[in-house]
Design a protein around this ligand. Sequence first.
Ligand code: SF4
Ligand code: SF4
Ligand code: SF4
Ligand code: FES
Length: 895
Amino acid sequence: MALKPVTTPDVEAATIELTLDGEKVTAKAGVSLYDVISSTGKIIPAMCYHYTFDPFGSCGMCLVMQEGKRAPVRSCTAKAAAGMVIRTEGEDLFLARKKGVTKHLSVHPLDCPVCDADGHCELQDNAFLHGVTHIDNAKQKNIPEDTRSLVLDFNMNRCIACGECINICKDVQRIDALQFIKKGGFTQVVAKGDQALDCEFCGDCLAVCPVGAITNKYSKYVYKPWQLRKTTTTCNYCGDGCQMILETKDTQVVRVTSSLSWKNKWGDRLDTANGHGGLCVRGRFGFQFITNEARLTHPLVRTPAGLTPSPWMDALDLAAGRLAYVKATYGSQAIAGLITARCTNEDLYVFQKLMRVVIGTNHVDSSARYGHINFVQAMKHALGLGRMMNSSQDLTKAKAILVVGANITETNPVASVRVKAAIGTYKAQVIVVDSLQTPIAKLASHPMMVKPGSEGMFITGMVKSVIQQDLVDEDATTQYPQAFAALKNAMATVSLADIAEQTGIPVAHIQETACIFAESPRSIILCGEGVLRQADGYRQVLNLIDLAWVTGKLDKTGCGINTFIEEANEQGAVDMGVAPEFLPGPVSYDDPSIRQKFQSEWKTQLPCTAPGADLMNILKRCHSGEIKALYLVGENPVSTLPASCEVTAALSKLDVLICQDPFLTETGKLAHVVFPACTFAEKDGTVTNQEGKVQYVRPAFDPLGESARDWHIMMGIANGLGASWDYETTHDIQKEIRKLLPGYYNLGRPQKVEARPKEYLQGPYLTEVADHYAVSNRSLRRPFRLKLIPLLYHSGKLSTQDSGLLAIAPNAKSLSLHPDDLKKLGVQSGDHVRLTTDQGSLEIGTQSDVFVLPGSYVVPEHFNDPPVKDLMGMEIDPHTHVPYFKLTSVTVEPV
Ligand code: SF4
Ligand code: SF4
Ligand code: SF4
Ligand code: FES
């Protein structure tokens, strides 16, 4: 956040003493006097103040008397100083504040009965508190409501010109989409340029508005705050794991709020790094999918007439019966399961247990295989860690942040606010390596726009530069002389000039970024889908680990290697052992002593004859006929994977395909049995965010229709297969997990992690390192690069079921390209072009975008219309089997 804390990790402000209402209090010199007052537990009125940004001082409510001054002072803008004598209460102050409220009310419409903020309004509260019962000379503003924005309406008759909306947008979100203008004799808030507001729609301005001047279009005039039931839960879209409040009426989500509001203005300005309690557009406005009419409300079973509604018991009997038949006829190894990482930890745990213990197969995987597993496997292999290393506090207080292949403001918008705070508050140097000019690149001190797919080359360039410029940390490298010699050896053939050529970044810039990263006292690495979901993702994480190691950033406080996760519970999926290589922990499935521990806990023999199949191997084995039965929970491979994977053909060979999902997906349409799962809003349990925090998911209402919680359905199948599971609640499952993983349910507090590179650097590293830097020879047969990218307003395919998000970002059915490329092609923005790759060809509209690098073409990954994903080739990581299909070479022609 952009407020300027007086105490930073580098400068400790002096402790001073002052007197408040006759009591001596201590404070840090220079903090807002308002903060000092609130830290003693006193609450004085304040309508324009919020701890997330610098005091604005417009409302005139936070008045106090300071000894030596004749008039009251505004405590929010006054800075605490030694020896100050302050009085916060008294008749004079009461009357001065009452005058302030009266002034605001004299131009306020008093339309409380129809205002969405009625009962939740700071002006109303203060009018009540100060007994303002009568207004002389009231004046109406008569400003027409501004309803031009897609999501937010602006009723400037109600605005008290506190500036909170403008300040939070500018200083916290660093978007700066709003401004004051003087119109019709009144100060009004409008979108910059007095246009329809077109921003990231995070809703922070809506949240902090102390009155009803900004309203949520999706829920306007349909509720009074006290009529809504409030359920605090965890957002189900991305790995940031934001805490949200689902406000519901019966089984309808009316609006989503969070702890960010004018009510939480009494935050702690001394430590701004704990998060601001906000949400992003997906969390705040993407709630309509929960009650989408297309939700499945009954089980479906395949009959000659197609998929037909069925009673639960019949559908469960059918699914369990078919699985039992396949197991008896072909053996357990003919059955596999895939589950989405949007499920809770309890769902995930039960799923892998069903597959391993009841069915007897280790062919089990989750959507973490699409990328996160690259990070986990590399971190485990090199450092003995199964997740990212730093907290959001570390991120905010970093001095240098290397963001590689991570469009963080789009994939993980709320966590990206920590990076924005590092830039704004602590003046961190931020190096962004990406092939798009992302929003974070625009804020960064060192944006490095590399050619698509060359992020890994840039990392190699940084490692080379560190060695070449002698920026290595002696302590870190002398501990492992052989490893350092092996690294230098591997680097001997690496040429910075070649890297500059391949990345498009001059050598001097690569060297400068290496220098910044190496010399900063607190450097943090952040990698995302541009590394983990691109070819060589696993190797690139290992190379990032090298960069951190040789610069001494592996074990110093505030340094480390991190990733931001796209799906809500990918970390939980790995922790719960939903991968053939891991048991819950995550610990190695291959280790006999570990298997033994689980065998005795689960009282079973684990399948260990052959390595279990992961996502791509499962599909391969479906194709070859080795796998006869597949159980999919929330996974939709037909829609996710490119046509070259022949998923439909593979699934059509199955004897039994069971799909469990809130919606009838493209894959579900091929199934023999479809179970209606409920959404996160109807579930209880926990999810684990990217930091390793385990957080509650709480039900806002019962599962809709006959839909059911995922683990309930799994238990039905397990018992249909002869098990006698008797979990009654998620607590029963948690009890079992806690026994296996003591400390995992340390809710809200991730366990501290410490890198343990010794075994790696003294062992496998010595022989592996040369391979890590070997240049892959990928044939790029066509002149341009086509990339599938995530969008801020969407999350996988789930958000495409959400009318709220679709209204903001419908499928534009177009390819974004640089205006220079449009010119070269001789077409106008909006015209159609033909895309041709080795996999096929299709026509698509165009859209000019200056933030796309010339020569590259991007399409959102969320929509399959037109089916651009089917133009993508497929490469499978040799170590982690992560499928890479987000980037390909392409020919583009006008049509
Ligand atoms: S919704 Fe967010 S980005 Fe848009 S104006 Fe409000 S604070 Fe700014
Ligand atoms: S719209 Fe709300 S937050 Fe913005 S200036 Fe007006 S009252 Fe303050
Ligand atoms: S940042 Fe992620 S977890 Fe937070 S509200 Fe947005 S989608 Fe949800
Ligand atoms: S809160 Fe201090 S002037 Fe508004």
